[in-house]
Design a binder for this molecule. Sequence first.
Ligand code: URA
Ligand code: SF4
Length: 207
Amino acid sequence: MTNIGAERFLPAEVSLSALREAARGCEGCELFRNATQTVFGEGDPSARYLLVGEQPGDQEDRTGAPFVGPAGRMLDRGLGEAGIERGAVYVTNAVKHFKFVLRGKRRIHQKPTAAEIDACRPWLDAEMRLVDPAVTIVLGATAARALLGPSFRVTRQRGVPVPRREGAFYVATIHPSAILRAPEPEDAYAGFLADLRTAAALGSATG
Ligand code: URA
Ligand code: SF4
């Protein structure tokens, strides 16, 4: 079975807790096979800010919660400095299972394919419908592909609000992991923070 998609695993009862429960059993693509568990979104169900990352990493896969590892700490720093409370947001990923290759004992992150992003999108779409945030913060190219389409370029279009519906916007920025890998991390962080501040300003003005 390859990439039949998550749609058939969605529950009839539409609430975040029903979705989360159903997502535990998703076999919509092959990624469920090697991962420890589904890492569903978490946070305030009526959040003004919904953040979308790529996929769980090693620590998220072990703990079952999104953005708890190094990228999560970078994200928390940015949110704090932009004046967005981590407790007041909903945080999720475009793909809900960790994709990796084994190198010895280490699990090395691999980018999800377009087909895997598409297979997983029904979960993200359902989360978006239920939380219906004023601002959706799109973290990196994978989340951008899921929400803004394959022609969106984060490098060129980051930090510019994209309308989602009346009074609600997307704001794309780089992925916090890209800051950790950047040749000049403080410069990369400054750009990330500027984008988060744009999102913060929109969220306090709209929705
Ligand atoms: N990177 C992501 O995109 N999401 C996580 O949850 C952790 C790391
Ligand atoms: Fe289902 Fe998404 Fe996991 Fe694939 S990655 S099995 S579509 S939850």
